[in-house]
Design a protein around this ligand. Structure first.
Ligand SMILES: NC(=O)c1ccc[n+]([C@@H]2O[C@H](COP(=O)([O-])OP(=O)(O)OC[C@H]3O[C@@H](n4cnc5c(N)ncnc54)[C@H](OP(=O)(O)O)[C@@H]3O)[C@@H](O)[C@H]2O)c1
Length: 275
């Protein structure tokens, strides 16, 4: 049964996971602009508090640690997950040992070795963390929206074969599959390369007023056919619009910023074209 309808400021509570990231911050901003109650799951209470002050409920948790997730779930009606790590090894992979040149050489030369040395690689965040989040979600959830990536079904084709050199698309596919097989009402959104933002040094008031800097329109499609760039601001708006739209339930779709921008984005018409 579809629960899609306007989000209710009185009774709905949206959990945003990855809220301190580029898309996550903008998603929280979009929800607050619509007066919707928001809870964020963050690895750092200080970081979340600095960004969102007391306008959201903050629960400290880490998707890699399943036992930290149930505390975030009471009363949650919708989940938006926009967690992620970098596609290629960076400090955000949280490597275990101190790096020597030899160590770096081995890591870049052997992706499997690289992943084994990292605590927060895409494998940990998108695959392990994604499964944990699905397992912890309330059974009566109205919608679980996962931000994934385009190219998952084209991993053997350029440029996605390069993007997937360290397994980011493999890991995202595991996360997508966990959600699709969960029985929860879901939507999976696959953006292209993200543009606009991430506004990491901006305060909440700026986020609430964030407007896309591009003059581009929005194109959506299914079957992993589209590629290109996606505005983080439009993506965040799309995530919130999806929760309120029945056409997007049980759908996996790509979203790109391209073409001429209309005066208003008609999400319902865009989503009604999804097959
Ligand atoms: N960048 C691109 O071009 C691109 C293209 C396609 C798809 N995507 C995907 O789009 C999504 C959003 O991208 P973005 O640029 O907004 O990402 P981002 O700025 O890197 O934010 C990632 C978020 O995930 C959180 N996170 C990381 N590991 C976590 C863990 N173990 N437990 C809980 N939270 C964790 C981070 O929290 P902390 O603040 O604690 O680090 C942060 O809030 C990601 O899934 C990304 O892979 C990106």
């Amino acid at each position: 049964m579809s629960h899609a309808g306007e989000l209710n400021p009185e009774s709905d509570l949206v959990l945003v996971v990855g809220a301190t990231g580029g898309v996550g911050q903008l998603t929280v901003g979009e929800l607050l602009a619509q007066n919707i109650k928001v809870r964020v799951l963050s690895r750092s209470e200080d970081k979340a508090r600095q960004m969102f002050a007391d306008q959201v409920d903050i629960v400290v948790g880490d998707t890699r640690e399943a036992d930290t997730l149930p505390a975030a779930m009471p009363g949650v009606t919708h989940i938006i997950s926009c967690t992620g790590s970098t596609a290629f090894p960076t400090a955000r992979w949280e490597f275990r040992a101190a790096s020597t040149r030899w160590e770096w050489f081995k890591r870049y030369a052997r992706p499997s070795y690289c992943r084994a040395q990292a605590d927060n690689s895409p494998e940990k965040v998108d695959a392990v963390g994604g499964q944990h989040l699905v397992d912890a979600a309330p059974q009566d959830l109205k919608r679980f929206l996962l931000v994934s990536a385009c190219g998952i079904e084209r991993k053997d084709k350029l440029p996605f074969s390069i993007l997937n050199a360290f397994g980011v698309l493999d890991a995202k596919l595991v996360g997508e599959t966990a959600l699709r097989e969960s029985g929860l009402p879901y939507t999976i959104v696959r953006p292209g390369r993200l543009i606009d933002g991430p506004y990491t040094s901006y305060d909440l008031n700026t986020l609430l007023k964030a407007k896309t800097e591009s003059q581009l329109g929005i194109v959506v499609g299914t079957g992993d056919q589209l590629s290109g760039e996606t505005s983080r601001i439009d993506l965040a708006a799309a995530c919130v619009a999806c929760l309120q739209n029945s056409h997007t339930e049980g759908k996996v779709f790509e979203i790109m910023s391209e073409g001429a921008r209309p005066s208003t984005i008609d999400w319902n018409t865009l989503f009604s074209e999804l097959i």
